[in-house]
Every structure is written in C-alpha cells, then in structure tokens.
Write a protein that binds this ligand. Structure first.
Ligand code: AHR
Length: 503
C-alpha cells in the first residue's frame, strides 16, 4: 500500500489561477476544423455550418482562450486567403501537413464560432514564410476600428466592430527543423523583437508570446531561450513552451512520470528568463505561455499517418487521431497538476488540440461526437480550479523510472477560492499495482466538508472510448473519502486521477 500526506493551507499560495491556463488550440490540420467543428451537412449543424453537438461539448470542457490557426500550418499561411467572399477564396497547398486548405473556414467564421463557445481568440502570425509587414496588416485588419484600408476591408467583409485580439504568438516552433522558415535563435530573436515592437506601435495593448523551444529535449533547449530573450526580452510578455508525451517501448512507469519532466521544463525556462532579466537589469518578468501540451503518439504519426506524393494533397484527412486510454488520461491530468503547481509563472496554456486531432473530443462525419478519456480531467479541473494555486507540502513514497530516475508515486496540487471558500485538490496515483492511502490535513480550512470526489481509473488501464463504445470510460464517485478531526482520508486506485472538492 502506498501512502502520502498533504497539507492544505490558503497561506501556501503559489500564484493566482489564470483562467487562460484552460485554453486550447485549433489548427487547420486533419479534421480539427473541417469535419470537426465545421460540417455544414451534419444533422446538428447550425446556419453557419458549425456542429452544435461539438459546441455543446466544447462549452462543457470549459475552454478559455483558443490558439489559432496553427501550429506548423501558420508558417505557410496567408491570412488574406481566409477572409472575403467564400467563393473567391483560394485553395492552397498546406506544406506542413501535406494537405489542401480550402479556406472555407477563416478568421471571420472562426471568430463567430468562438462567440458561440464563449472563448477568447489567441492568434498566431506567420514568421516562417512571412514577416513584420504581414503581421502588421493582420493586426490592422483585426484591431483597428475603422478608417484605414484594412479595417474598412474587415467591415466590408461583414464585421464592423474590430476583433480586439489581445494574445498574439510571434510564429510557431521556430526552433524546429521541420518548421517552414526555421531559423537560428539569433535570427529568430531579431525578427521577433522587430515584429513585436512594430505590433506594439500599432496597438500597445497586445500581449505577445515569443517562441521558446518545441520541447525540452531539443538540442538547442536552454540556449534557444537565452538567445531569443536576449533580443526580445523588453518587447514581449511571454515565452512559449511545447511538450508532448507518449508511452514508449511499453515503459508505463516512465510515462506515468511525464509531469515531472514538465515540472523540470517549466522551472528551467523560468530560470533562463530570470537570468536574462538579471543581465538586462530589467524590472519586468517574463511568464510562460505553455501553448501546446498533451499526450501524443508522435511515433505512430511518423510511421503510419504521414502523407506523401506530389499529386496527393487530401482535404481534411484523418491525421493524428489518437484514441486515449485511462493511462493517457492519468498522465494528462497530471500535466494539468504540473501547470497549476507553477501558476506563479505559467500564465496561459493551450491543450493541443481540441477536436479530432490529438483531441479530447472526437466526431464522425454525419455521426456522433464523443468524449475521450482526457475530456474528464480537463473539464473537471477547469471547472473546479479557481482562485489561487496552493503548494500542498506533499510527502510521498517514490518509485524508480527508467527515464526520470526516482519520482514520487503521488502528485498533487490544490486551489483555494477565497470568494466561495471552496478548495479543490487534484491527485494522481502513479503506482501500477498499489492503492494509495492519502491523508490531507485541512485543519486550516476550519471544518471542511467534502462536496464531491471523482476518480478516473479502470482495471484495464488501456481502456478507451471509441465510436462503438463512446461511454466505456468515465468518472466515478470516490466513495472512500472521509473527514475526521481536520483530516481528510481518501484511497486512490492504482493508475488514477482524482479531483476532490471541499467546502
Ligand atoms: O499540435 C500538432 C503540432 O505539434 C503543431 O502543429 C506543431 O506546432 C507541433 O509540432
């Protein structure tokens, strides 16, 4: 039997939980947009062609800001193609995913879909094959009220009021050799700084994200951040982090410890940003936009999914359609715990992605939409994690992993909402064989009661929800929970994720 002890005290606040931590990402990739959020012939489609069943699920997921339109896609994207009369929009080759982009859904359509789901737009500019001028044009088109060529064009295209977009990404994964227009840190740092300055001249209220590393395992990791920030520190607000995890070679133990890698990643980027701050003698602090994170079976994509051929550019092909297991969802829930543990410096995060493409929501053309296992930890965390994130002073047994050395068997974080005086505790048990008895000291909460406790686990850790069995996996009430004398006791099954809500 594993055992662990935590202490909840609102005085141990790490930082405020920014609602933007529960953002997501919609890329023009595979069936994320077409046959995902947009399917005009679907029985549930609204007058604009958007699936209302998907809109319902996105709302239930509780997604704040949504990053758009890529991803690797953005590095070959001409934003002008995606606005104006639909029948005049060009069909283009998307080199990133070897597909055809019809531009049937563009900026205006996506903007109105966001209004339906109640999320904020986070827009990426193309700094791969384009530059400062095109970024300025796009910003003028979206954020200037009227009286200029591009703001008037927006009005003529049906949107009188500006989009008023706040969060902007200065390109995507510019450190990756796969990226169109991939650059050295020095070259990218210069163009990012120049573009950021120009964008702020146009609209000083924008919040700008400079590209960090596309993984903590890139050969340039660390040095990339230092050099890029040396150029752009004073011009930007956030540096991005991207991380994807997968179970490799049947090593479930290491996979279950993926969040310890995310912890290390965040702490290293914070240290590097603070180093540049010290060197610059700056009074400003750069925070993190963790704008791509998830479980992704990338090796499968490279071996099976990849599209090739000079005459083979399909429209909305089935790409990156990973089906997620219980183990995947436990790791996923643990990644959310890691983001919350670093709420002092992670100000924004985007689950990559939202529908069909490495997604919590799947759809079948003309058919149903269903929740993947990963839907549950996201929806419950975004619903319950409010107020401030708390350090829980965790004491837990450890286990040894092939990839990350010795890591704790339990991971946890809590949040405290001073307004409602409710507390949420999120926990994972990484043991593959043992239940965990967890004791939580809540004496400082003065008479806490349990409002709810929900656990995701299964005797088959590889169980999944599929088109044929869409409800195979879900949350179950954890009946083991009890409170006595200021102590909460709860048992966590092996390979499980749990959310505990206290009043
Ligand atoms: O999310 C899928 C892809 O992963 C994105 O397009 C890219 O930015 C990253 O490599």
């Amino acid at each position: 039997m594993v055992s662990a002890r935590l202490t909840i005290d609102p005085q141990f606040a790490v930082g405020p939980v920014n609602p933007r931590l529960f953002g997501s990402f919609v890329e023009h990739l595979g069936r994320c947009v077409y046959d995902g959020i947009y399917e005009p012939d679907h029985p549930s489609a609204d007058a604009d062609g958007f699936r209302t069943d998907v809109i319902g699920l996105v709302k239930e997921l509780g997604v704040s800001a949504i990053r758009y339109p890529g991803g690797n896609f953005v590095s070959g994207f001409r934003w002008e193609d995606s606005v104006g009369p639909k029948d005049q929009r060009p069909r283009r080759l998307d080199l990133a995913w070897h597909s055809t982009e019809t531009n049937e859904v563009g900026l205006h359509e996506f903007g109105s879909w966001l209004e339906k789901v109640g999320s904020e737009l986070m827009l990426a500019v193309n700094l791969g094959t384009r530059g400062t001028l095109e970024a300025l044009d796009l910003l003028e088109y979206t954020n200037i009220s009227s009286g200029t060529e591009l703001s008037e064009r927006r009005a003529a295209n049906g949107r009188k009021e500006p989009f008023g977009i706040k969060m902007w990404c200065l390109g995507n994964e510019m450190d990756g050799p796969w990226q169109l227009g991939h650059r050295s840190a020095d070259d990218y740092g210069k163009i990012a700084s120049q573009t950021a300055k120009a964008m702020r001249q146009l609209d000083p209220s924008v919040e700008l994200v400079v590209c960090g590393s596309s993984s903590a395992h890139m050969p340039t990791f660390g040095e990339w951040e230092r050099v890029v920030l040396t150029h752009a520190y004073e011009d930007v607000d956030y540096i991005s982090c991207h991380a994807y995890y997968e179970e490799k070679n049947g090593d479930l133990g290491s996979f279950l410890a993926s969040a310890s890698d995310m912890d290390h990643f965040i702490e290293s980027v914070v240290a590097t940003a603070d180093h540049v701050k010290a060197v610059n003698g700056s009074s400003k602090t750069i925070n993190i936009s963790f704008d791509e994170w998830n479980v992704w079976y990338l090796e499968r994509f490279q071996q099976v999914d990849k599209i090739e051929g000079i005459d083979n550019w399909p429209t909305a092909p089935r790409l990156l359609e990973d089906a997620y297991s219980v183990a995947d969802a436990v790791v996923f829930g643990n990644l959310l715990i890691s983001l919350l543990k670093h709420a002092d410096r992670v100000a924004s995060a985007s689950l990559a992605q939202l529908v069909n493409v490495i997604a919590p929501i799947m759809t079948e053309p003309g058919g149903p939409a269903w929740k993947q296992t990963t839907f549950f930890p996201f929806a419950l965390t975004s619903k319950l994690a409010k107020g401030a994130a708390l350090d829980v002073k965790l004491e837990a047994d450890g286990y040894s992993t092939e990839v990350y050395g010795t890591v704790p068997l339990i991971d946890a974080v809590a949040t405290f909402d001073a307004e409602t005086r409710t507390t949420a505790v999120f926990l994972v048990n990484r043991s593959q064989t043992e239940e965990a008895n967890v004791t939580i000291d809540v004496t400082s909460l003065n008479g806490a009661i349990v409002l709810d406790a929900q656990t995701l686990s299964d005797v088959d850790v590889y169980a999944k929800n599929t088109l044929d069995h869409p409800d195979r996996v879900g949350l179950n009430r954890n009946k083991s929970v009890a409170v006595r004398d200021g102590l909460v006791a709860i048992t966590l099954p092996p390979v499980s994720w749990t959310a505990l809500h206290l009043g």
